[in-house]
Design a protein. Structure first.
Length: 488
């Protein structure tokens, strides 16, 4: 049985491996060490591992782990060649960690402390110095490829002359003849302009022009004028003034998705500030004109939106005339719902139920059987605008308001809503065969499934109620009908 060995390596020499000085150095170096086992010089075969680190403890391993299996050690001495690859010795400190195991035992013991690698391996760094930085003591005659004009060691074989806008001073030093004011060290013609020129860059602002004046006529940070201009004086100081005699003072175009040709934004949190304001002095002019010229899609000539519950997306005001006018087709669409009420007092009994008695009251109608027992039909006409501002109206729902004196005896059995097609025909919008027997004031709502859009040729609505009577004592109150309409 082998006892656990106490191993120790003493580094003896680090020798750079490679050829002579005439050849480039490699990345391998020779490492010699002395290994003791239980205090005595080691003899026989051992397995050694070599690892390179950037710190005496912990740190980051540099390169791969090098294995030397069955390394022969005599009288404690061993020699091996190590190569951790290129760029491992570029000037930073390095430490060598060694792990030792009896041959084929795979029971490695890490020797501490790590061994600092002294300058010998750093000679590899000199292989990158193939070009000398200075050559202060080299004679011209020893330099290969010297231009003819420099063979005498004096640069005086070339004559210089100053061209337009340049000055040649002593020592053949050129300088620029500057004109005008400013501190820039670049040169330009004193009478130059930038008409027709363009600039490209990645700056925050392609062009920034600022005036510090805060009042006065015609004050603008930048004036863009086409032709002779509009002839008007700018009264309000502006950051940008566009002036045209034959076209647009300011034209904004955009082609991207959700882009804006012109965006006006007022960051003021109070007052009557305006993001975009349009004015016209013409008796037939337009303060703001929006044109969406695509012939398909849901585009908008002018689009207004307000995030405030008290605000207005679009607001029109006129103290002496029309505030908002719809021209062309005159069609106005709205996503808002409209409601029309038909009072129960308009309820009419069926001609086949002459005994039924209908009393018109303030809240609507009160219906008695009049001695009739069974089911009878009553009709309630509903007047609604079939076309509203040029837009067909759609019936979204209708609600019936009622109360039974005694729902066990007298109640509503069926409900239907129809729309007039012509003098002899009606189209049914919705029908329901459910008993409504509430003894307290109640309502129920039905939703048409078809034919709910009205038109200029068909729009009269009629509500038909089938009422069941078991006696003439109990009555049914019909308060009326609420119809929900949309026109978008």
């Amino acid at each position: 049985m082998h006892s656990r060995s106490i191993l120790w390596v003493m580094p003896l020499a680090l020798i750079l491996a490679g050829a002579g000085a005439a050849q480039a150095q490699g990345t391998a170096f020779t490492y010699q060490g002395h290994l003791t086992d239980n205090g005595a010089a080691a003899r026989g075969s051992y397995d050694l591992q070599f690892l390179l680190f950037d710190a005496a403890e912990a740190g980051i391993q540099q390169g791969v782990t090098l294995n030397r299996f069955g390394l022969a050690i005599s009288n404690g001495l061993f020699t091996t060649t190590l190569d951790f690859g290129p760029n491992r010795f570029a000037g930073a400190p390095r430490w060598l960690e060694i792990r030792v195991s009896l041959a084929n035992a795979a029971n490695y013991a890490t020797l501490t402390p790590r061994q600092p690698l002294t300058p010998a391996p750093y000679a590899m760094f000199a292989s990158s110095a193939s070009t000398a930085a200075t050559a202060a003591s080299v004679l011209w005659s020893a330099v290969i490829g010297v231009p003819v004009g420099f063979t005498d060691g004096v640069d005086n074989d070339t004559l210089y002359g100053a061209g337009l806008g340049l000055n040649l001073g002593s020592g053949n030093l050129f300088s620029v003849l500057y004109a005008g004011s400013g501190t820039s060290t670049s040169a330009a013609r004193s009478d130059h302009d930038h008409l027709g020129q363009s600039w490209t860059g990645s700056q925050t602002r392609g062009l920034s022009v600022t005036t510090t004046l805060t009042s006065g006529t015609g004050v603008a940070g930048l004036l863009g004028r086409q032709g002779t201009g509009g002839g008007a004086s700018l009264i309000i100081p502006s950051g940008l003034w566009g002036d045209s005699s034959d076209g647009q003072g300011v034209l904004g175009t955009a082609a991207g998705v959700n882009c804006r040709g012109v965006l006006g934004w007022n960051f003021g949190t109070n007052g009557l500030g305006t993001g975009v304001q349009g004015q016209s002095a013409s008796s037939s002019g337009r303060g703001v004109w929006g044109l969406a010229y695509a012939t398909t899609g849901t585009n908008h000539g002018v689009y207004g939106q307000s995030e405030s519950p008290e605000g207005y997306g679009v607001y029109g005001a006129n103290d002496a005339g029309v505030a908002i006018k719809a021209g062309g087709t005159g069609i106005i669409q709205s996503a808002a719902r409209s409601f029309v009420f038909a009072p129960g007092g308009l309820l009419q009994r069926s001609s086949s139920s002459s005994a039924v008695r209908v009393e018109c009251l303030a809240f609507g109608a009160r219906v008695y059987s009049g001695g009739f027992v069974g089911d009878t039909t009553c009709a309630l006409p509903i007047i609604v605008p079939a076309v509203f501002y040029g837009q067909n109206v759609t019936v979204k729902s209708f609600s019936v308001y009622y109360r039974c004196e005694n729902g066990a005896n007298n109640y509503i059995t069926t409900t239907s809503l129809s729309v007039m097609v012509d003098a002899d025909t009606a189209a049914n919008l919705v029908s329901e065969a459910n008993n409504h027997t509430s003894n307290t004031a109640s309502s129920y709502t039905l939703y048409p499934l078809c034919c709910q859009e009205l038109s200029s040729t068909g729009g009269g609505l009629t509500l038909l109620l089938t009422l069941h009577f078991a006696n003439d004592t109990d009555y049914i109150n019909i308060g009326g009908v609420r119809v929900e309409l949309s026109h978008e």
